[in-house]
Structures are given as structure tokens and as C-alpha cells.
Design a protein around this ligand. Structure first.
Ligand SMILES: Cc1cc2nc3c(=O)[nH]c(=O)nc-3n(C[C@H](O)[C@H](O)[C@H](O)COP(=O)(O)OP(=O)(O)OC[C@H]3O[C@@H](n4cnc5c(N)ncnc54)[C@H](O)[C@@H]3O)c2cc1C
Length: 681
């Protein structure tokens, strides 16, 4: 073994990221191991969400996560470079500007669209296989709508408003679903009748999304057709030109937008590597080379991919090692592995699982451990039909509608949590629900309307002022006069509990202290008043006709001070923990906390934190059985303040960006993924 073991992960897609993470987690702390991830981009692209960008549903940035964010403080060196070729004998990955030596290589360079040699497709079709592809489609669609609005020639207008999606696999269907939603938005914006817009899915086979059960295929077809998406089955495309799409049988579809989603192959970079490619294994295929089946129904589609070995995926053994070099592992879309009679599908789960196997086996090789063979555990497939519905087949269960789309969101959230922590989950929730435009989420615009920062300004000032008033009242009531100690704070604890630092007075002084304390504290005053009013109420009830009290007496505490919850809280937290704090500290703490919250809110400085502490205090007061209904606005106002209220006419405008920059560079944030935005290191 060399002094330093260099593991190079090439490609930061689903497979590459997973491999690098597993390696970093298990052996990254060893000083003799160096893990490097190289990608031509600075960001990992969430390929499964590209249709949402293309169809204008989400902000483009939402499908990209910087590698810096993903790896944070993990021991992985990140390099942005496009590798041109690999010298496997010399163990070097070579770019135009540099060479990267490796002892182990993980190849996860992904796939690219396959055109099956059909004339005109490559030149005239859009593809959706990268972030740039999705942006190109998005801009083009907006452009054709703009042009159509000004086009008077009906034939040209119809061409501009015809959108052809070739392929009814999950990519094609998800894209058609987005186009259907985008149609409503763009038609409104450009005053075009929705009926003028044609969205056509063209498929050579007899069904859509062939990897779903038939019932779900039918439901998805019905859902889309009902919303004006035309689905043309058994309609092979034989060509394309600048006028549109040419179908078998001399038919054509004049269209300015034609998106090709029909096939995937290993990327050109991988195809040019000196490694053995996968072979089509269908015995019925005239290019068959081994037993089994390639899993593609119409095998003639696969001839270009596998026979010449040029554009193919890279053949691996059951350990995910290239059959040519045992130190080279291949994962994800570019790997070709027959598991029984099925080749690994080009989906995220396969990318992640092949990467786990590869990483495990590299570690095993380094540590003389046991290598493991690849065993797939695919859970199912989820397909969105736009923002509002979907179909899914997960762990043998078929789901449709909101349930299906809900499960898809859930799986995305779980995946993102594993990739970049809670911060990325929050980003996802924002992009998909809270910041989504044109009501394009399954909860519509329910969660996405924005309140401008200046509207809560007066409330922020008032809330701040009221906290200052609370603190000032406590001071004038003698809270900072420590000679009266327990009488001020005793109301937060159970009867008989003596706080640390309190001197136990003799019986006479205790009685008078209790009396003066009762008069001084708000809680005692409430008790006295309510006792008095209860007494007078009882008297009145017997003498006069029944008078109905208020439906809700808002001066009453939210939780009954004698209730089980309050008793438990007092005993556990107040008596059990806080009573051990010297009473003088406790009093100073409460008074200053209230004062600081008030001043912070008033000035709009660290408003988020002030609001959080404010909420915490409100909860403690509630659980102590002291918070009245008419004080509840403190809590709700504080929640509102968390939404950036300090950045409108507040000091947070300048302080928060500065603070974020500092925080995002800390090791803690980089280790835990608790960034506020992007890491700065
Ligand atoms: C629109 C769309 C929707 C999809 N929907 C789903 C879905 O719903 N469910 C599902 O399971 N799958 C879906 N897929 C498929 C899924 O995205 C792929 O299976 C998955 O991305 C494969 O991961 P990977 O790591 O092999 O490659 P990729 O994710 O493609 O990553 C490859 C990486 O390699 C880098 N790279 C390539 N060449 C070089 C080079 N020469 N030098 C440096 N870096 C390089 C690229 O920049 C890229 O970051 C969808 C795909 C698309 C396009």
C-alpha cells in the first residue's frame, strides 16, 4: 500500500455523492487516506426535479446544491474540473489543465440522451438531461408564448403553441404534467386561450410509464387527457426537422417545441474510455452476446448502444468493479450490471445503492475486510403529473392523486435530509410550498403568499415596548431588590419550595413578607381578585336573577394553575431545576431577558432570536399556569416576528448578512449542515 491512499470520485451526481459520503464517514478521518471528488460543476443537480425547472414551477436554484454545502466539514477535497480522459495504467484522471492521481477510482459520470440514430433529433430536439437543458426549455417556452401572442398567422401561431414531448416514460410524463400547469400561467400572462395550446406526448410503445402497474398507467392517462394533454401511443418518431416532428406513416406534427426524453445511454466521456462496455443480453436480439434479457422491450432500440461498444455503459462485476481494473469502480447510470436477468435501471435508487456497494468494497479492500456483492432494494417509482397529482407504486402499494405526490415529496425530503441535512429540507419546503408561484403546489397558494416586512413594523415596536414595560414593572415592584427574595419569585414555584440563596425568615417576618409579597406580585393579585369576584359572584347568584358571565374570561390563565400539566411542569422544571439557581440570579435573569427581548424587538436587532426567546418565555409562563388568554398575542406576535420582521426598518438589515457570513464559515455549521444559506468556507 502507498503512504497516502488516494480515492478519486469522478462525478458528483447521486452515485458519486453517495460514494464520497460513505467513504468520508467510514474512513475519511484516517490521515493516510485522501478522498477527492471531481465534478465539472460546482453544484450537485437534483435531476429528478429538472422537469419542475423546465416547466417553470420552481426557482432554478432549487434543484442545485453546492458540493461545499453537501460536504461541509467532511474530509473530502472538492475539485471543479472537466475530466477529458483517464489513463488507467498510470492511474491518472486527466483534464485540460491538470492530472489527478488515484489508487482507487469511483466513476459516477452519469448518462446522456440517446437518439437511436434517428435523423434530425439531435439537431432539432430539446433534451432534459442537465440543469442547463432544463433552463433552455424554460426560457424557450416563455419565448414561444410571447411570440405567439403577437402572431396573427393561425398556422404559425399554432406551431408556436404546440409542444411535443417524445417518450412516455417517467421523464416525459412528468414534463407533460408541468407543461399542462405552465400553460394556465402563460396563457393568462399573454392573453391566449388555453384551448389554443396543444401538449402532445408521443410514444412508440402501447402504454405510458411502462414500469408502473397497468391500472396506474390508465389513471395517469385519464388524468392528463382530461386536462387537455394528448397522448399518442404506438407512434414511432422517425425524424425531426425545423418544422417539427415526423412520425412513421408519413405523418408530421408541426411544432416549435419538441423535447426528446426517449432513451438514456452512458455519457460520451464514459463511452470513450478504454473499458469494457455492457452488452445487450436479449437472446431474441440479433446482437445478443450473453444469456438473459436486457429489460428493454423493443430490443432493436438498443443495438447502437451495445454492439459497437462505443456509446455503452461500463460493464461491472457484482462488486461494482470494472471488469478490466479491480481498483476502478463504476456506479449509477453509467454502470452496466446484470442482476439475475435484469440490468440495473437508470434511477436514483440504483445510483445510490451501487455507490454504497462500491464504497463498501473500497473500504474492505483497504482494511482487508469482506467485500460484498450488489443486491438491489428498489422501493418503487413515483411520477408527478404536474404539481397537483401523481401516481406511485411504492413497496407494492399503488397510490394516486395527492397521496402519490405527497409520498414523492416525502421521499425527496428524506433524500435531501441525508444529502445536506435539515437546512436543505427547509430549502425544499420553501421552494415547493412557501415560495412557490402561481399556486403551483398541491396546497395551492395556501402557504405561499408573502407579507411585506413593513406591515408587521408597528406590531414589532409594540411587542418590544410591551416587553420593556413588563421588565420595568418588575423592577418597580422590587424584583431587583434582593432583600425581598422569595416573595417576588415564589409564585413560579410550588408552595414550600425555597429557592437557592433565600434565607428562611422566622415565623413573624415570614407572615408579613408573604402578605407584602402577595400584594406586590401580579399572580397574587389575580388570585385575590378572582377570589373576591368568585365570592361576590356566589352572593349575587343567590340574590339576583342569573347573569351570564363572558363566554371566555380572557383574564383567566390558559392553563389552570392546579391542573396536572402545570403541577408536573412546576415540580419538574421550576422546583426540580430552577429552584437550585440562586434567587437573585433568577430574578436578574428574568428582568434582563424581558428587557433585552424588548429592546431587540424595538430596534429590529437579532429579531429572530428575540422572538424565539420570547416564545420560550411565553411557553414557560403558560406551563407555569400564569399566562392569561389576553396575553396570548405576545406569542402570536413573536411567531410573526420570526419571518424577518427585523429586516424592514430594523438593524437586522445590516447585522444579519454579516452574522450569516460568520456563522456559515463555522465548523459547527459545516459539520451539522445548520447553515443559514450557503457555507462561506
Ligand atoms: C428529468 C429527469 C427526471 C428523472 N426523474 C427520476 C425519478 O423521478 N426517479 C428516479 O429514480 N430517477 C429519475 N431520473 C434518473 C436519475 O436522475 C438518474 O438515474 C441519476 O441522476 C443517476 O445518477 P448518477 O450519479 O449516475 O449520474 P448523474 O446524476 O447524471 O451525475 C453525473 C455527474 O457527473 C458529472 N460529470 C459527468 N462527466 C464528467 C466529466 N467528464 N468530468 C467531471 N464531471 C463529470 C456531471 O456533472 C454530474 O454531476 C430522472 C432523470 C431526469 C433527467
Amino acid at each position: 500500500m502507498p503512504d497516502i491512499i488516494r480515492i478519486l470520485v469522478l462525478g458528483g451526481g447521486y452515485g458519486g455523492v453517495e460514494a464520497a459520503k460513505v467513504l468520508a464517514h467510514k474512513i475519511g478521518m484516517r490521515r493516510d487516506i485522501q478522498i477527492t471528488l471531481i465534478d465539472k460543476n460546482t453544484d450537485h443537480t437534483l435531476m429528478t426535479e429538472l422537469h419542475e425547472v423546465a416547466g417553470g414551477r420552481v426557482d432554478p436554484a432549487s434543484v442545485q446544491i453546492s458540493f461545499r454545502k453537501i460536504f461541509g466539514a467532511r474530509p473530502v477535497t472538492l475539485v471543479t474540473d472537466r475530466i477529458r480522459t483517464i489513463d488507467f495504467e498510470a492511474r491518472r484522471a486527466i483534464s485540460e489543465a491538470a492530472q489527478y492521481a488515484f489508487d482507487y477510482l469511483v466513476l459516477g459520470v452519469g448518462g446522456e440522451p440517446e437518439y437511436y440514430g434517428i435523423p434530425g433529433i439531435k439537431e432539432h430536439a430539446f433534451t432534459i438531461w442537465s440543469f442547463e437543458d432544463a433552463l433552455r426549455i424554460r426560457r424557450h417556452i416563455e419565448d414561444v408564448f410571447r411570440r405567439a401572442a403577437a402572431e396573427k398567422d393561425p398556422a404559425k401561431r399554432s406551431e408556436l403553441l404546440t409542444f411535443v414531448v417524445a417518450g412516455a416514460g417517467f421523464t416525459g410524463i412528468e414534463l407533460a404534467g408541468e407543461l399542462k400547469d405552465q400553460r394556465r400561467v402563460l396563457c393568462r400572462a399573454h392573453h391566449i386561450d388555453e384551448k389554443e395550446v396543444r401538449i402532445i406526448v408521443v410514444e412508440a410503445l402501447g402504454a405510458i410509464i411502462p414500469n408502473l402497474p397497468q391500472k396506474l398507467q390508465q389513471k395517469a392517462t385519464r388524468y392528463l387527457e382530461k386536462r387537455g394533454v394528448q397522448i399518442m401511443l404506438r407512434s414511432p418518431i422517425v425524424g425531426a426537422d425545423q418544422n417539427g416532428v415526423i412520425l412513421a406513416g408519413n405523418r408530421s406534427l408541426p411544432a416549435r417545441t419538441f423535447v426528446w426524453t426517449c432513451g438514456i445511454q452512458g455519457c460520451e466521456f464514459a463511452a470513450n474510455l478504454a473499458l469494457t462496455k455492457g452488452k445487450c443480453a436479449n437472446r431474441m436480439c440479433r446482437f445478443a452476446t450473453t444469456q438473459g434479457t436486457c429489460g428493454v422491450k423493443n430490443c432493436t432500440f438498443s443495438k447502437d448502444r451495445y454492439i459497437e461498444g462505443k456509446r455503452g455503459r461500463l460493464l461491472v462485476n457484482e462488486y461494482m468493479q470494472s471488469v478490466d481494473y479491480p481498483n476502478v469502480y463504476v456506479v449509477g447510470d453509467v454502470a452496466w450490471h446484470l442482476e439475475g436477468k435484469r440490468v440495473n435501471p437508470q434511477i436514483v435508487e440504483a445510483a445510490v445503492q451501487t455507490a454504497e456497494t462500491a464504497a463498501h468494497n473500497i473500504i474492505a479492500d483497504i482494511t482487508n475486510g469482506q467485500m460484498k456483492t450488489f443486491r438491489s432494494r428498489y422501493h418503487g417509482i413515483m411520477v408527478s403529473l404536474g404539481a397537483f397529482s401523481g401516481v406511485a407504486h411504492v413497496m407494492g402499494i399503488s397510490l394516486t392523486g395527492i397521496l402519490a405526490i405527497g409520498v414523492k415529496h416525502l421521499i425527496n425530503v428524506v433524500h435531501l435530509f441525508g444529502t445536506a441535512g435539515v437546512n436543505q429540507v427547509w430549502e425544499y419546503v420553501k421552494h415547493e410550498f412557501l415560495d412557490v408561484k402561481n399556486e403551483r403546489s398541491f396546497v395551492g397558494g395556501l402557504a405561499s403568499y408573502k407579507v411585506r416586512g413593513y406591515w408587521p413594523l408597528l406590531l414589532r415596536l409594540w411587542l418590544g415596548f410591551m416587553w420593556v414595560v413588563e421588565a420595568t414593572n418588575k423592577i418597580t415592584q422590587g424584583w431587583l431588590d434582593f432583600s425581598t427574595g422569595t416573595s417576588q419569585t415564589g409564585w413560579m414555584f410550588s408552595k414550600g419550595v425555597i429557592q437557592a440563596g433565600v434565607k428562611i425568615p422566622d415565623a413573624t417576618t415570614a407572615a408579613s413578607a408573604a402578605a407584602s409579597g402577595a400584594a406586590a406580585t401580579g399572580a397574587a393579585a389575580v388570585d385575590v381578585t378572582s377570589a373576591a369576584s368568585a365570592a361576590s359572584g356566589a352572593a349575587a347568584a343567590s340574590a339576583a336573577p342569573a347573569v351570564h358571565g363572558p363566554w371566555l374570561d380572557t383574564t383567566k390563565t390558559i392553563l389552570d394553575p392546579a391542573s396536572g400539566l402545570v403541577t408536573w411542569f412546576r415540580r419538574t422544571v421550576m422546583d426540580g431545576i430552577l429552584a437550585y439557581l440562586p434567587y437573585s440570579w433568577f430574578q436578574v435573569m428574568i428582568v434582563f431577558a424581558e428587557l433585552l427581548i424588548g429592546l431587540a424587538l424595538f430596534g429590529g436587532l437579532f429579531t429572530w432570536w428575540a422572538a424565539v426567546v420570547s416564545i420560550g418565555m411565553c411557553l414557560i409562563f403558560t406551563l407555569s399556569g400564569m399566562f392569561a388568554w389576553n396575553q396570548l398575542w405576545f406569542l402570536f406576535a413573536a411567531i410573526l416576528m420570526m419571518g424577518g420582521a427585523g429586516r424592514a426598518f430594523g438593524l437586522d438589515t445590516w447585522v444579519v448578512p454579516f452574522f450569516k457570513r460568520w456563522w456559515n464559515g463555522t465548523r459547527f455549521a459545516r459539520k451539522t449542515h445548520f447553515y443559514a444559506d450557503e457555507p462561506t468556507k
